[in-house]
Design a protein around this ligand. Structure first.
Ligand code: TMP
Length: 215
């Protein structure tokens, strides 16, 4: 399905512990201050239904088969697309999604070894084929990322071992290499303000190329 909309669609990706959520919070404050109309959402958990799916997915302590996991992420995504992402894009807004289709490829594909073409098919089904025009990869070595995460709590995915997180990171690097026009990689091990500056510069350049106002 071809999508035509006046908005701008950007996704943020990266392994657990890359600091993506902190960065997006800082960016949102700047967008608020500059009165730029935007929608900030997340996969999983961008809608009321999605919040319940997120809880099921990330709560530690019960087994979740890889295929169940994949389908729950896709169900969340289909709802987020219909309820938040598409309406935002149709209203001409900047829509920033904290994780999207590439997370399923990196985590369930590279991390859990599920079939990549099958995941691509499911991604296309849950989104009607809608892809972000720009995807930022917050890249960080798995050892460093796990060290960061250990300062906070652990969810079911973060509880996975180092080898799982290494496969996810390698998956992301492969995905970024395969589609270099959509992906931009940021070294997320750098200082918070440096990462923020790089993120704003990349998004700013993209918006400028579309002759759109940014911060
Ligand atoms: P986060 O919102 O704190 O990043 O947590 C979401 C977790 O879910 C994170 O470990 C990545 C994982 N995830 C998948 O495994 N597959 C997916 O499709 C998505 C969107 C997230």
């Amino acid at each position: 399905m071809a999508h035509k909309y006046p908005g701008t669609f950007i996704s943020l990706e990266g392994p657990d512990g890359a600091g993506k959520t902190t960065q997006v919070r800082l960016l949102a404050a700047k967008l608020d201050a500059a009165a730029i109309p935007y929608v900030l959402t997340r996969d999983p958990g961008g809608t009321p239904l999605g919040k319940q799916i997120r809880h099921i997915l990330l709560k530690p302590g019960h087994p979740v088969a890889p295929m169940t996991e994949l389908l729950l992420y896709q169900a969340d995504r289909a709802q987020n697309l219909a309820e938040v992402i598409l309406p935002g894009l149709q209203a001409g807004k900047l829509v920033i999604c904290d994780r999207y289709v590439d997370s399923s490829l990196a985590y369930q594909g590279y991390g859990r070894d599920l079939d990549l073409p099958l995941i691509q098919q499911l991604n296309a089904m849950s989104t009607g084929g809608l892809k972000p025009e720009l995807t930022l990869l917050f890249d960080i070595e798995s050892e460093k990322a796990m060290g960061r995460k250990h300062q906070g709590g652990h969810d079911r995915m973060e509880n996975e071992d180092l080898s799982f997180h290494r496969k996810v990171r390698e998956g992301y690097l492969t995905l970024a290499k395969e589609e270099p026009t959509r992906w931009r990689t940021i070294d997320a091990s750098k200082a918070l303000h440096t990462v923020q500056e790089e993120m704003c510069k990349i998004i700013g350049d993209h918006m400028a190329a579309k002759k759109l106002v940014f911060i």
